[in-house]
Design a protein around this ligand. Structure first.
Ligand code: APR
Length: 248
């Protein structure tokens, strides 16, 4: 029986023969796992807030308790969430390709849980906590009633290891992602609106390097008309079909 999702033979061949694949993912790849996107997470008690009131260094300085509590709620909403077939398909592609780099704007850790190894978290990880002054990752801290809890080393407030609006991305990860985009033969842009810089600039990098650029997104983005292939499909449907076609 033919696969219900038709993959162009040229793309199948591109993937099979690729020496280097780079991927950029955004909130859309986790949508089928039930992870609320940034704005969808502003529901219930949080519906009256703007992202700028919660995800900025200024917001944390002004009201650290409120910002910590919002992230605690987002962390709790991730409990029981599992990677979906789109995540697993990317792990399968990594296992087949000599050089593979996955840059993600997501903070949910689902790519690693699906089995991807070379993951560059450009916007941090919501399950990690760091010291708000020294930046060091703090895996555990003494139980206390204080919100936010305090760094066991310097007593500053702890904060989520997330890149907030107005903060710099980790330069080493961004540099590695750029190298991957510039050096790949095949680039996949998956589930990202591709409007938030500098991550979205990775698509430009891949286009300038004349890679085959593939967009997977049910909705159009600024890149839809410029890429080699655009598939208006959910990534949890399209990516497994791509893997089935290339590695039967
Ligand atoms: N499969 C693929 N794409 C999907 C799916 C799906 N099942 N469902 C939705 N999408 C697409 C949407 O069409 C949209 O273009 O996922 C995209 C999600 O866009 P955003 O919510 O803007 O997410 P993202 O691109 O990751 O945002 C970048 O902006 O909000 C900040 O810091 C936050 O990391 C985030 C950054």
């Amino acid at each position: 029986m033919p696969d219900p999702v038709a993959i162009p033979p040229e793309l199948v061949e591109r993937l099979r023969s690729a020496k280097s694949v780079a991927v950029l993912t955004g909130a859309g790849i986790s949508a089928e796992s039930g992870v609320p996107t940034f704005r969808d997470a502003l529901t219930g008690h949080w519906a009256r807030f703007n992202p700028e009131e919660l995800a900025t260094p200024e917001a944390f300085r002004k009201n650290p308790r409120q910002v910590w509590s919002w992230y605690a709620d987002r962390r709790a909403s991730l409990e029981g969430v599992e990677p979906n077939p789109g995540h697993f398909a990317l792990a399968e592609i990594e296992s087949r390709i000599p050089r593979f780099t996955l840059a993600t704007q997501n903070v949910d850790g689902l790519h690693q849980r699906a089995g991807n190894r070379n993951v560059l978290e450009l916007h941090g990880n919501i399950t990690r906590t760091k010291c708000s002054t020294e930046g060091r990752i703090v895996p555990a801290w003494p139980v206390s009633d204080e919100i936010p809890p305090r760094c066991p080393h310097c007593r500053a407030f702890l904060r989520p290891d997330i890149v907030w609006f107005g903060e710099e991305l980790p330069w080493d990860k961004l540099a590695a992602a750029r190298d991957a985009a510039l050096g790949c033969d095949l680039f996949l842009a998956v589930g990202t609106s591709a409007v938030v810089l500098p991550a979205a600039g990775l698509v430009d990098e891949a286009l300038s390097a004349k890679a085959c650029v593939v967009e997977i997104n049910p909705n159009p983005t600024p890149y839809t008309g410029r890429v080699s292939f655009a598939f208006a499909q959910p990534s949890g449907v399209f990516l497994p079909a791509l893997v089935r076609a290339a590695f039967p």
